[in-house]
Design a protein around this ligand. Structure first.
Ligand code: SF4
Length: 326
């Protein structure tokens, strides 16, 4: 069997040499009210759209090497890995669908959320005009596309979550959530008689297996499953997306859920769905679970399915204002 090795991606120096941020750019964190984050966010989008996180690449390669040589699963994973290399080399989108653009902004007291929202919207419009993002935001009923990724009415796109925190510095996480994988997300209300699923981890397991079985290859498997146990219908789905920001291979802080994630990942990979539904042992790259509190009368299991092209990145403005991308 010929083992596939990790692709040679462009060096950090090369990535930085193409940055839209002027060399030596620093945020003035002593003047939070007047901070302009437009440029660092443009750079965040530029890097995210063309380069997969290292943990996802490593997982694709590791699973490729577990598939039988010459099988459709191995060939499909080879193509995905080649895609990763080409997108990185040409700084071009990893997939034609650059997804719903979702941000999480964690900041100290004093930042103007209104101004940052305007700056993020400006950055998204600019990246759309540069073709780093596809214009993906259309009017629901008419299908009319304003062409700039802006929802002009409810300001629902791009999606921006804010959270004030004690720590100095600012963190902005981004996720590009593909439409195909979003379509196969699911929400269950336990108990669910048709699945024989009760209000416990065993019931949660049955929901996840059901969602993956129904998705088959749709949603561009191998998938990464973000799962929220509890919450209400809205907060559960929100958490199920946010949990996908966690790195593959990182431990769940709850040992019980950590063991559950590992065992379920193995189980799901025996379903035979495989990459893009062509069969094989790589149906998912991982399962990431978060438990929330809930109303006593409700028990929701919210599942967000992320495709193999799991584009996410963090921009960290550290205490001294330096911009770090990771
Ligand atoms: S689901 Fe993911 S990989 Fe598939 S088309 Fe959408 S963004 Fe691309």
């Amino acid at each position: 069997m010929t083992a596939c090795s990790l692709p040679n991606l462009t060096s950090l120096e090369t990535v930085e040499s193409k940055s839209v941020l002027p060399k030596g750019w620093k945020a003035d964190l002593s003047n939070l009210a007047n901070l302009d984050l437009t440029l660092p966010v443009i750079e965040l989008i530029r890097r995210t759209t063309s380069r997969l996180p290292q943990d996802i690449i490593e997982s694709l390669v590791a699973h490729r090497n577990l598939e039988a040589e010459g099988s459709r699963a191995a060939n499909t994973l080879d193509t995905m890995i080649e895609n990763v290399t080409l997108a990185d080399e040409h700084v071009s989108p990893l997939c034609q669908d650059t997804g719903t653009v979702i941000f999480w902004v964690r900041h100290p007291f004093g930042l103007s959320q209104r101004k940052v929202k305007e700056q993020i919207r400006k950055a998204v419009a600019e990246c759309t005009s540069r073709s780093w993002l596809r214009p993906n935001c259309v009017e629901s009923l008419s299908g009319k596309n304003p062409g700039n990724n802006m929802d002009p009415f409810g300001e629902g796109h791009p999606v921006i979550h804010f959270e004030e925190r004690e720590e100095p510095g600012i963190e902005i996480s981004i996720m590009l959530k593909g439409g195909g994988c979003e379509n196969v997300g699911a929400q269950y209300r336990l108990p669910e008689a048709s699945l024989g699923a009760g209000r416990d981890l065993g019931g949660v397991r049955k929901c996840i297996i059901d969602a993956v079985t129904k998705a088959q290859g749709q949603g561009c498997s191998p998938g990464i499953l973000g799962v929220a146990i509890g919450g209400d219908r809205v907060t559960g789905f929100e958490r199920s997306k946010e949990v996908i920001l966690r790195k593959l291979g990182s431990a769940n802080p709850d040992p019980k859920l950590d063991a559950f994630e590992k065992k379920l990942t193995e189980e799901l990979n025996t379903l035979g769905i495989g990459p893009m539904g062509y069969g094989g042992g790589t149906t998912v790259l991982g399962v990431l679970v978060s438990e929330m509190f809930r109303h006593p009368a409700s028990f929701f299991v919210s599942i967000s399915y992320m495709c193999w092209s799991s584009r996410r990145m963090d921009l960290v403005l550290d205490g001294t204002g330096n911009a770090l991308y990771r």
